[in-house]
Design a protein around this ligand. Structure first.
Ligand code: SAH
Ligand code: SF4
Ligand code: F3S
Length: 435
């Protein structure tokens, strides 16, 4: 392998961040040095996201910036744009050397070797289990809060979304391979485990005559003494089964916080989106969760300006936000993605109206978030300390059970410990405290 050093840039979801960590481990195990900026690296890897047009476009401007550095570098495009655009990428940008889809990162070292003899390298096959077999051997410490991918892909085909095309069909990792990975992460200091999946609560391991659901996996992992907190993301409302809801009631290691994207509060828009539930179903699901776990808090994703969204549809979304009181959320203007069902639907709403709606929605979410955070002021809350600030060592960072970020001024905190922190102030994003 000629490339002695590499730089990886992640775009997109947590799963991409996790994959980038795995890529880093693989290349380090082959003797390559990880660099924190592209200038000093021989190999530049872009781990791409295709979810919205903006994310995909950013890639090409970033490649341009690397080329402007003037030094010949090997450029690898991996991830969801690589999967979607395939060999077309070589035509769009001549400086790309490798195109590699999300299921085949274990092939990267071989592709780098082969690059020495051949011109360009490409692999966009869907063979998920093979990826996990190879990648689970590669492990570098992640930190107090560590992610573990347990499920990949999606069979839901929401009309707006590229994920079923870029990540392929749903696949669940065997429970044994996940628990081995959790053990290793625990030995390296992990106290919180975050299970990842595009449809994480559709998890169903059927290998070796198993029939393990997400609730079974959570129960199994919570038996490890070293694991103090468990979270999972991202869930689909139709997969919130009774066992999982009851797990929230009975399992004290499962945090009282759930990211459950609703996308819209309008019945007709949800139908057009092919989300497979209506607002009533979503409300009932939250009621069931709150009955089982009264202090659970909910966060969501919203898409504003889906083709044909009327003022009434948008108001239905605002009403749902008022009713549920989401304590954290991500919201986006609808982006038409090539190959998806909704990309062919008529869309007559001006972009200025969509932007205005996004602003109104985000203002509402922000207010709710602030008033939730404000309830913690002058109170004590249990925080898992994740790290110490490098630039300002008298500050530590941690999270509450409800995922709020907390910045703590202290001289004697230890990352990995859970501590009662006195909250002194807040804004809509974070809490501030002392100890
Ligand atoms: N599996 C998750 C979402 C994964 S994608 C779920 O079903 O909820 C993350 C988020 O990106 C989505 O929740 C959605 O809000 C947003 N998103 C996906 N496709 C989009 C598009 N075409 N335009 C705008 N936002 C989109
Ligand atoms: Fe995309 Fe829908 Fe699958 Fe989520 S459930 S990844 S939004 S297709
Ligand atoms: Fe983006 Fe792929 Fe994740 S499209 S959101 S990186 S699954």
């Amino acid at each position: 392998m000629q490339n002695r050093s590499f730089y990886v840039k992640s775009y997109g979801c947590q799963m991409n961040v996790y994959d980038s960590q795995k890529i880093t481990s693989i290349l380090e195990s082959k003797g390559l040095k990880n660099k924190l900026d592209p200038k000093s690296a021989d190999l530049v890897i872009f781990n791409t996201c295709n979810i919205r047009e903006k994310a995909a476009h950013k890639l090409y401007s970033d490649i341009g910036r690397v080329n402007q550095l003037g030094l010949k570098k090997t450029i690898a495009v991996v991830g969801c744009v690589a999967q979607a655009e395939n060999s077309e990428m070589f035509r769009k940008n001549k400086s790309i050397d490798i195109v590699l889809g999300p299921q085949s990162y274990h092939l990267l070292p071989k592709m780098l070797d082969d690059l020495e003899n051949n011109f360009k390298q490409i692999n966009t096959d869907f063979i998920v289990n093979e990826k996990f077999d190879y990648l689970s051997e590669q492990m570098r410490p992640q930190g107090v809060s560590s992610m573990v991918t347990i499920q990949e892909g999606c069979d839901k085909f929401c009309s707006f979304c590229v994920v079923p095309y870029t990540r392929g069909p749903e696949y669940s990792r065997p429970i044994k391979s996940i628990s081995d990975e959790v053990k290793l992460l625990s030995q390296k200091g992990a106290k919180e485990i975050v299970f990842l999946g595009q449809n994480v609560n559709a998890y169903n391991d059927k290998s070796n005559n198993n029939d393990a659901k997400l609730s079974d996996l959570i129960r199994a992992i919570s038996e490890f003494d070293s694991v103090k907190r468990i979270r999972y993301t991202t869930s689909h409302p139709i997969n919130m089964d009774e066992e999982l809801i009851q797990e929230h009631k009975s399992n004290m290691k499962l945090m009282p916080f759930l990211h459950l994207p609703v996308q819209s509060g309008s019945e007709s828009i949800l139908k057009k989106m092919n989300r497979k539930y209506d607002p009533d179903f979503y409300r009932r699901t939250i009621d069931r969760l709150k009955k089982a776990k009264p202090d659970i808090e909910i966060s969501s994703d919203f898409i504003v300006g889906y083709p044909g969204e009327t003022d009434q549809d948008f108001n239905d979304t605002l009403k749902l936000i008022d009713d549920i009181k989401f304590t954290q959320s991500y919201s986006f203007i609808y982006s038409s993605r090539p190959g998806t069902k909704s990309s062919t639907e008529a869309d007559n709403t001006p972009i200025s109206v969509k932007k205005e709606r996004l602003l109104v929605l985000q203002e509402k979410l922000k207010k709710i978030q602030y008033s939730f955070n404000n309830e913690f002021c002058n109170k004590t809350v249990k925080v898992l300390i994740e790290n110490q600030s490098t630039s300002n060592p008298e500050y530590f960072f941690g999270r509450t059970p409800f995922m709020q970020s907390v910045y703590i001024k202290s001289n004697d905190l230890v990352p990995g410990h859970e501590k009662d922190i006195d909250i002194t102030s807040c804004n809509h994003k974070s809490l501030y405290g002392t100890c």
